[in-house]
Ligand binder design. Structure first.
Ligand code: CTP
Ligand code: CA
Length: 219
């Protein structure tokens, strides 16, 4: 396992990372979103850049500053993230999907702010499923090396293995999501066709460097 700074591992490679949550509007002042601080995705983008890659970060709304030397594109919705990814993916060697993408968007979005009614009725929201960005990239004929993330609330090993196969990707990184949201530390489990490997609890930036090392040696 490569835990330290590796300046030349990804020289000549372009790496795209998605990070943060997406935000799906209900009306001009409200929306639904996922829990994600963006810290893990930004740490991976930073680590890939340190390793010499040319890095594009497609980020949903976060409170984080763009990492030094990384080309950062800010989006709000899953549909915008999908379009930002797909329009630039053909030049990428590696795609790392860290974003907590909302699985559904509001179908009956209102152009005006919804108002409370006197009778106390709540508005009926309808949802439709967002396109799976990682699956769309993994289905490309000339696809980059694809890495997925999965935040599970239980059965990490079983769900991680199943998700890697379902998504048809070579590497999936699992974590027990709700325990690590917004924190500076995380614990990861890597799933590939050989089985699984645990990266024990550590700083997210250190884990990001380890992960970049694992990706580089698989390219
Ligand atoms: N992902 C994506 N686009 C989506 C949904 C998910 O790119 N519309 C990516 C995430 O960035 C992550 C991976 O797919 O890398 C797994 O996301 P996850 O939510 O764990 O998987 P789902 O397939 O959405 O399954 P579920 O939420 O039902 O567990
Ligand atoms: Ca999901």
């Amino acid at each position: 396992i490569i835990a330290s700074f590796q300046p030349n591992l990804l020289v000549g490679k372009s790496v795209m990372v998605t990070a943060g949550p997406t935000f799906e509007p209900i009306d001009p002042v409200r929306g639904i979103t996922n829990l994600s601080s963006g810290k893990m995705g930004y740490a991976i983008a930073r680590a890939a850049r340190e390793a010499g890659a040319e890095v594009t970060l497609i980020s949903g709304p976060t409170a984080l500053a763009a990492p030094y030397g990384v080309h950062c594109i800010n989006v709000q919705t899953a549909a915008q993230m999908h379009d930002a990814v797909m329009s630039r993916i053909s030049s990428q060697h590696v795609f790392i999907a860290v974003a907590a993408v909302a699985d559904w968007r509001v179908k009956n979005q209102s152009a005006q702010k919804l108002k409370k009614d006197a009778a106390g009725h709540a508005p009926a929201l309808e949802f439709e499923q967002n396109t799976d960005i990682l699956a769309a990239v993994a289905a490309l004929e000339k696809r980059p090396y694809c890495v997925g993330f999965a935040a599970e609330s239980e059965n990490l090993q079983e769900y991680g293995e199943a998700k890697r196969k379902k998504k048809n990707i070579p590497l999936l990184v699992g974590n027990i999501g709700h325990q690590t949201f917004g924190q500076d530390q995380n614990e990861l489990m890597l799933f590939d066709d050989q089985g699984h490997t645990l990266f024990p609890l550590a700083d997210k930036q250190k884990l990001a460097r380890q992960l970049v090392g694992e990706i580089a040696r698989r390219l």
